[in-house]
Structures are given as C-alpha cells and as structure tokens.
Design a protein around this ligand. Structure first.
Ligand code: FAD
Ligand code: 2HG
Ligand code: ZN
Length: 475
C-alpha cells in the first residue's frame, strides 16, 4: 500500500469529474465513521463513481498507484467493514451514485440493479410489478444492494426465502486490477464450472467491487397474519417453530424472538411504542404467516396453531394484529431493538448462530457464565430464532461506567464465543467479520478454512488493495 499522492488525486478527479471526488473535510467526515459511531478511520478522499466504467477506471488507477480502496454502500454495517483504517492512506469508494434499476422482469421473476440502489427501492420496484423481493432488515431504508451482497445479509425473511446468497442469480464485479467480470446472468441453471458469484457474496469487499446484481423475485404475498405472543422460555420458542410449520408449512414467513430486557429498551427509547400485554413476560415472539391472495385461510390456520400452543403451555398470551397499523406497531417493537441499545452506552454485539435445538441450552449456559464474569451485565437477547440466529448483545450493568464495561469486553465476548464454539455454532450468523471479529475469527475458525480463504485472497488480490485489514486475521 502506497500513500496517496497529489498526482493520483488529480488523475482520479479528471476521470470522475468534481462531483466524483470529495476532499473537503466536512464532505469526507460522514464516510469515516459507521452508523453506530463504534468504528472510525481516516481518508484523504471519497470516490463517487457514477457507473461501472468509472468504477473500473478508478480501480485500475488505484491498482497502478498501489492505493488501497474501501468499498462503502449505506454504511449501516455492524462490524467496521466499510470504514477505512486510521492511516489516512486508504480511499473510500462509495457506490452511492449508482442507483439505477436496470431491468425488472416479472416474467423472468428477476430484477437487475446497480450496487448503490437502496434495499427499500428494490422492494418497491418489485411490488410495482406485483412481485416480492423478500430480503427485509431494520436498515432497509439506508442499506444498499452492494452492502447486503458483500455481507450476505439475512434479516426476518430468511426462514422462508433464505439469505442474500440464496436470492442472487448473477453479479457484475470490478476486479482488483480494474477488469470487469460480467456475470450478470438471470439463469436458474448454469453448471459451467465454479460458481464465482459466491466468492464475492459475503466477502465484505475484500475481493472486488460489486457494481450490479441480478436478483430473484417471488409472488407477492398480500395475505398476511401477524401475532405477538408471550412465552415462558426459549425452549417454547423452539417448539413453536415446529408447531407452526406443522400447521402452516411454507406459509410461516417470520418467527422472531425477544427477551423482556430487549423489549424494555424499545419501550424506553423508541417513540410511540406500547407495552403489548397487561403484564410482563420473560420472552416474546413475533410470528407471521403469509400467502398470495387466493390461497389458504391464514386466520383460521393461525387460530388453530395458537390454540394448540396455549394447550401445550408454549404460549401464555397472544395478540393478533387486526389492521395494517397494528401490524406495523408490532413490528416496530422488534425492529426498534437495534437502535434502542445505543442510548444505553456501548453495546457488545454477538451475532451468533447455533443448531436450533441447542438455543435453550446456549442461553442457559452463556447466562450462567457471564454472571460469573460480570455480575449484573444486561443480556439483550433477541433474533431470528427460526434460523438459529441470536443477537446475544450485552449492555453495561446498571450503575457501571462505560469505561469499566468496555475494559471487560474481551473477557465477556470470549466467554460467549467459547460457549458458541463448544456447541458447534458460528461467531457471525449474518453481520460478518469486518475488523470487529477479525481476531475472534483467528481463534474460532478452522485454520484450514482460514488458509483456504487467504489463498483465494492472494489469487484475486495479490497486492492486498481491496479493503485490506478486513475479515482475514494476519497470518
Ligand atoms: P456498508 O455498511 O456500507 O458495507 C458493509 C460491507 O460491505 C463493508 O465491508 C463494505 O466494504 C462492503 N461493501 C459495501 N458495498 C460494496 C460493494 N458494492 N462491493 C463490495 N463490497 C461492498 N444485517 C443483517 O444481516 N440482518 C439484519 O436483520 C440487520 N438489521 C440491521 C438493522 C439495523 C438498524 C442496522 C443499522 C443494521 C442492520 N444490519 C442487519 C446490518 C447491515 O444493515 C447490513 O450489514 C447491510 O448488509 C449493510 O449494507 P450497507 O449498504 O450499509 O453496507
Ligand atoms: C436485527 O436483527 C439486526 O435487528 C441488528 O441484525 C442486530 O443490532 C444488532 O445487534
Ligand atoms: Zn439480525
């Protein structure tokens, strides 16, 4: 990696024009810190190409000058992947001007979009043609298609539709030397060798810049029933998934879990939210069944399933949304959790996954161990229980200082990751590694897997100019 010379900045400016290169400190500043304010870096300039050709030119110029690039979309990532390091010698490449929907074809059930298109705009374009693009995240109003691909994002629809990897048909990528790989096919079947798109999905920008993607569409599901339920324990949430599937099969499109402590934060910090029941419960679930217009009586299915759940003691209270507004307010209780943690001071995030049946034992074990490490530490447990994915986040004990809490971060996270590892889980279910979990990856990922990942990185980016320092712990 070389320092960025004035000559390089001048050539980038002549390639991109004045709107394409930001260097004034006030213009650059918002790109140097992540959404939470948890990761900060420095950069001399922000590059804002307006199309694939411009991305290719920028990458080639930087490659020839030995300058490293950090791709950035909506900057909503949760592990520092989109933020440059503190050297000031990396440049941020923002895809924010590449917002074109190139094609939306309901007959082919596909949509082809540029990397800077915001997720909500893709959902809307699909809806405008009577289709569904099912990826759904709390950050969908800001995160971009490039970002959700580079992190292989998940969210609340994974149970039925899969993660971003499962929703992708083809990619267009600018490689680290500036060449463009046009893999933008919409084919459902193509067995002509290695499926290269999967290298770039989830690579967090370390192998190339995604400039466009062809994505799958699904039938719209205007029929939806939504319920908020109370449960005595995590084991009930696991049993509920099986029960819901027995009754509703593939109509089950969301099954989310929240602890009382997570709900408390939303009620305290998210304007307009309300206590869902008269009394407090230990655990809550948000479930949704959905279907195209003509099929299935979802109300009756839900009623029968909930009846069985009450009989078996899995559910102790329930409210079914009676209107779109009520549905929205139930979802606000779930989607507000991530943001509601911020006013409580630093939050230690652990985005873990486990075999679904082991979730109750994990919650019991991790809770016991953490109480030994830091008595009173607040466990903000919630997540996509149907995918075995918990956001097992920690906030400081009431009355503790931020500094005292952060000083224990290594020990606390280590205790959680040890429990995850003992139970054959993963230390990142959906947010990725970035810089935040890079050292944990060294400890908890198989060394053979890390060697293979380094070999892929060397093959595609031998000069280490694509988002250096992210994902891979130094050998
Ligand atoms: P950025 O944050 O800008 O970048 C993320 C990573 O992708 C970085 O490593 C960056 O270098 C790389 N990158 C970005 N664009 C490109 C590109 N074009 N080519 C190559 N690399 C690129 N995540 C989930 O999985 N599930 C959730 O439910 C979820 N909910 C969230 C809720 C909230 C309130 C917030 C703030 C975040 C949530 N996230 C969730 C995390 C986040 O939104 C996702 O990680 C999202 O995928 C990031 O998209 P972005 O455009 O903001 O990417
Ligand atoms: C969610 O499911 C997101 O709400 C964010 O993945 C989780 O902020 C978090 O830890
Ligand atoms: Zn999540």
């Amino acid at each position: 990696m070389q320092p960025v010379s004035d000559r390089v900045i001048d050539s980038l400016r002549s390639a991109l024009g004045p709107r394409g290169v930001l260097t004034a400190r006030d213009d650059v500043a918002p790109y140097l810190v992540d959404w939470r304010g948890a990761h900060r870096g420095d950069a001399r300039a922000i590059l804002r190409p307006a199309g694939t050709e411009e991305v290719s030119t920028v990458v080639r110029l930087c490659h020839d000058a030995g300058v490293a690039l950090v791709p950035q979309g909506g900057n909503t990532g949760l592990c520092g992947g989109a933020v440059p390091d503190s050297s000031g010698e990396q440049l941020v490449l923002s895809l924010g001007r590449m917002r074109r929907i190139r094609r939306c074809d309901p007959n082919d059930d596909s949509i082809t979009v540029e990397a800077g298109v915001v997720l909500r705009d893709v959902q809307q374009a699909a809806a405008d043609t009577g289709r569904l693009f099912p990826l759904s995240l709390g950050s969908e109003g800001s995160c971009t298609i490039g970002g959700v691909l580079a992190t292989n994002a998940g969210g609340t629809g994974v149970l039925r539709y899969g993660m971003m990897r499962d929703l992708t048909l083809g990619l267009e990528v600018v490689l680290p030397d500036g060449r463009v790989w046009d893999g933008l096919r919409t084919l459902r079947k193509d067995n002509t060798g290695y499926d290269l798109k999967h290298l770039f999905i989830g690579a967090e920008g370390t192998l190339g810049i995604i400039t466009a993607a062809a994505l799958k569409l699904f039938p719209a599901t205007p029929r939806r029933v939504t319920a908020w339920v109370a449960m005595p324990d995590v084991a009930s949430a696991v049993a509920m998934l099986a029960l819901l599937r027995e009754h509703a099969g593939d109509h089950v499109s969301a099954w989310e879990l929240m602890s009382r402590q997570a709900l408390d934060l939303v009620l305290a910090h998210a304007a307009g939210t309300q206590e869902p029941f008269r009394r407090e419960h230990a655990w809550y679930g948000l479930l949704e069944l959905s279907a195209p217009r003509a099929t299935a009586d979802l109300d009756a299915t839900l009623e029968t399933a909930l009846g069985h759940a009450f009989e078996r003691g899995l559910v102790t209270d329930a409210v079914v949304a009676g209107s779109p507004a009520q549905r929205k307010s139930l979802w606000a209780l779930r989607e507000g959790i991530s943001e509601a943690q911020n006013p409580e001071g630093p939050s230690l995030k652990h985005d873990v996954s486990l075999p679904i049946g082991d979730l109750p034992a994990f919650v019991e074990r991790a809770g016991r161990v953490l109480e030994g490490v830091l008595p009173g530490v607040r466990r903000v447990t919630y997540g996509h229980v149907g995918d075995g994915n918990l956001h097992y986040n920690l906030s400081k004990p009431v009355g503790a200082t931020d500094a005292d809490f952060v000083a224990r971060a290594g020990e606390l996270s280590g205790a959680i990751y040890d429990a995850v590892s003992l139970m054959s889980g993963s230390i990142s279910a959906e947010h990725g590694i970035g810089t935040a979990k890079r050292e944990a990856a060294r400890t908890y990922k198989d060394p053979v897997e890390l060697d293979l990942m380094r070999a892929v990185k060397r093959a595609l980016d031998p000069d280490d100019l694509m988002n250096p320092g992210k994902v891979l712990p130094p050998a």
